[in-house]
Design a protein around this ligand. Structure first.
Ligand code: UDP
Length: 418
């Protein structure tokens, strides 16, 4: 049966460039899953708040997937922090849209969208599936030094969404456990579906040498990359401090070392990029650390392929798509042993998981790997193998099974009520 799905993500748009502002893995997740569902005959409309004038009200993403703008609140200046004040108006606009076209299921992403969807789903008797992507309580238990904790309004909002959703989708068993233990989710309502990677876009391609040629990077360099939004929680500072340690204890690596920090400021925190640039200067490692603006997805594979190692030093991570993308390009990943990264990286096989965020510990892992090319070749093969298990087709099939489950239980409860 051909389902119609109303996907809701209000704080960032599927049309935004990922890797800067509020756009990241969730945007990729929503677009890739929608395309895979469309390929199976499902119609997906993605509702988002209009935050610029660049697009018409409805944008066709191809294969029947549409982005529908909700014209709510001012176009400019509504940060994620200010958005909760617009929840009632967003619910009203979403409700109005759902009265015009009929949908079988609502799938909300991130707590603000969950709050927007809750009253609409209840009133129109449409089952609600929710994915958190990140959780305040998990973040707050794992803050970087000096990082501002997530506010109570978010914790409360998330708890309400957990209680209201017919099904919660977690990226990993670890996230499912957090939903149950930290948010009192009913275990029967929590389902684990792994996110994926676009295995036709992220490939080993023509290899490292060709990627370095394309990016005008030296063939004999040791290249370590960080890819993602620049925010304390993602730990770029851990990598920077580890590099400073490394050039101290292994000075012979310095002449060939290139560290790339690829991505833009996160949310409204533009100052973090400047702070890190100053830190690099202060540590005296400007010769080995480069900052690059966010890269279009089509160009990202070469950045991964050109790297000897991709580093994901996050303090918590519900999954970490960058880790999977890098591995799908044949690049081993060095990541923190936290949350979803424990699933995204096979420790010792496709990369290395590091406990904690101590710069010296990170530097010793990175330096050893740079000096062991044979080990990197093995990890690279392990990386390709590991990533090959995570296609978006499996994500969308798993999600569709959950939709089917909530649709049929809603139908039977409607029947018994009637
Ligand atoms: N990304 C991108 N260009 C960049 C940096 C990142 O397109 O310059 C994408 C990257 O490919 C990945 C996503 O942004 O798909 C980041 O997802 P991840 O799960 O690693 O982190 P999140 O931002 O969701 O916390």
């Amino acid at each position: 049966m051909n389902r119609r799905v109303a996907t809701l993500m209000v704080h960032t748009s599927p049309l935004d460039q990922a890797g800067t502002g509020d756009a990241g893995g969730m945007n990729i997740y929503v677009c890739e899953s929608a395309q895979q569902m469309a390929a199976q005959g499902i119609k997906v409309d993605i509702f988002t708040r209009r935050a610029n004038n660049n697009h018409p009200d409805i944008v066709d993403l191809g294969n029947g997937v549409r982005v529908i703008h909700l014209n709510v609140g001012p176009i400019d200046g509504v940060t994620k922090e200010k958005l909760p004040a617009l929840i009632p108006d967003l619910s009203a606009a979403f409700r109005a849209a759902l009265l015009i076209e009929k949908y079988d299921v609502i799938h909300s992403h991130y707590w603000i969208s969950g709050k927007v969807a809750m009253p609409v789903a209840a009133e129109l008797k449409i089952p609600l599936v929710h994915t958190m992507h990140t959780m305040a309580r998990v973040k707050n238990l794992n803050l970087a030094e000096g990082e501002t904790p997530e506010p109570m309004i978010r914790v409360q909002g998330e708890s309400q969404v957990v209680a209201a959703a017919d099904a919660l989708i977690a990226n990993t068993d670890a996230e499912a456990a957090s939903l149950v233990s930290l948010y009192e989710a009913c275990p029967d309502n929590v389902f684990v579906v792994s996110p994926g990677v676009n295995l036709s876009m992220f490939t080993a391609g023509a290899g490292k040498s060709s990627a370095r040629k394309n990016l005008e990077l030296p063939q004999d360099a040791h290249i370590i990359s960080f890819v993602g939004r620049i925010q304390p929680h993602k730990g770029p500072e851990v990598l920077i401090r580890a590099i400073a340690e490394m050039v101290g204890h292994s000075p012979m690596l310095r002449p060939k070392l290139i560290t790339q920090i690829v991505g833009g400021a996160s949310g409204a925190n533009g100052a973090e990029v400047d702070r890190l640039k100053e830190l690099v200067q202060w540590l005296g490692i400007s010769d080995v650390v480069r900052f690059a603006p966010p890269v279009e997805r089509a160009e990202l594979p070469d950045y991964y392929r050109a790297s000897d190692l991709v580093c994901v030093p996050s303090y918590s991570e519900s999954f970490g798509l960058v880790a999977l993308e890098a591995q799908a390009c044949g690049t081993p990943v060095v990541a923190s042993a936290v949350g979803g990264l424990r699933t995204a990286v096979a420790d010792g096989i496709s990369g290395v998981l590091v406990d904690g965020h101590d710069a010296r510990a990170w530097s010793s892992v990175l330096a050893r790997l740079l000096q062991e090319p044979q080990r990197r070749v093995l990890l690279s093969m392990g990386a390709l193998e590991h990533a090959s298990h995570f296609g978006w087709d499996a994500t969308s099939r798993g999600t569709l099974d959950i939709y089917d489950g909530v649709i049929s239980s809603q139908a039977s409860s409607n029947m018994s009520a009637g």
